[in-house]
Design a protein around this ligand. Structure first.
Ligand code: PEP
Ligand code: MN
Length: 296
């Protein structure tokens, strides 16, 4: 019979992540009244990993004072070596929650394993999927069933289409709050830790309504490259940034070389705030609430 042996029509690879008639970036709440995808340029900042007090609280206070919207910090760390610092697990999540309580900053932190989703969700405002897990489809499916936003990092070797395919797994489960994060891809170029694919922001915007942020810290691996790349992200139309900041980068347990110190972060925020209106964005460096004094 005619048509019997016809191949199935090719399903669109990202029905929900795609624009599908929408012309604008989706705007959604990240907790604590912070909305991503609109005019406000959103900055997430903090140490690579949560370390023992007072590092976390000191850094949280500094990034808040500089105008960051969210605090980042890993309690579960995906390290290349099993002998490297693996993170403080639940103890680290508790420190993040304490920092949130004291500063008012919403918290974004990584979940590495499906078995830890409930635990991380109990403490975080936004759950991060790291590059190494960007195609862990069972983890992505499980994150489709939660209602908190998921920050999905681009896999080290993923094309933009594969990146959107990963986002689709989360959306297909019913979770509409997916943030895409371009954090550099692996290329033949050794002068930076990864190669920041700045055009990926444009490519994603052409194909998807999901908000996109840029992580210039993991993209470059070099603190001195972070401010210019952050400005490039603003200029190219990203909706925000994720930046590593540490009170004492030289003593950081993870990724000190790419971490800004508080003074460098403050300068960068002032530059971004001045530039933002030129790119149709706003960024205020005055924190909405006063920073409470941190007592340990
Ligand atoms: C991180 O943000 O802490 C991290 C490990 O990043 P990535 O997954 O992009 O390497
Ligand atoms: Mn890091």
């Amino acid at each position: 019979m005619s048509g019997e042996n016809q191949p199935e029509p090719k399903a669109p690879p990202y029905k929900l992540a795609g624009l599908s008639g929408r012309s604008r970036t989706s705007v959604f709440d990240l907790g604590r009244g912070i909305s991503l995808g609109g005019r406000e340029f959103i900055v997430m900042a903090g140490p690579c990993s949560v370390e023992a007090d007072p590092q976390m609280l000191d850094t949280a206070r500094e990034v808040k004072a500089a105008g960051a919207h969210l605090l980042r910090g890993g309690a579960f760390k995906p390290r290349s070596s099993p002998y490297s610092f693996q993170g403080l697990a639940e103890e680290g999540l508790k420190m993040l929650a304490k920092a949130r309580e004291l500063t008012g900053l919403a918290v974004v932190t990584e979940v590495m394993d499906s078995a830890e989703i409930d635990l991380v969700e109990a403490y975080a405002d936004v759950l991060q999927v790291g590059s190494r897990n960007a195609q862990n489809f069972s983890l992505l499916k499980r994150l489709g069933r939660i209602r908190k936003p998921v920050l999905l990092k681009r896999g080290l070797m993923n094309t933009v289409e594969e990146f959107l395919g990963s986002a689709e797994y989360i959306l297909a489960g019913g979770n509409e709050k997916v943030i895409l994060c371009e954090r550099g891809i692996r290329t033949f170029e050794p002068s930076t830790r990864n190669t920041l694919d700045i055009s990926a922001v444009l490519a994603v915007k052409e194909l998807s309504h999901l908000p996109v942020i840029v992580d210039p810290s993991h993209a470059s691996g070099r603190a001195s490259f972070v401010p210019p790349l952050a400005k490039a992200a603003l200029a190219v139309g990203a909706d925000g940034l994720m930046i590593e900041v540490h009170c004492r980068p030289e003593a950081a347990l993870c990724d000190g070389d790419e971490s800004l110190d508080p003074a460098q972060f403050k300068n960068l925020m002032a530059e971004l705030a001045a530039l933002a209106p030129h790119f149709g964005r706003s960024l205020s460096t005055t924190p909405p609430e006063a920073v409470k004094t941190v007592s340990l």
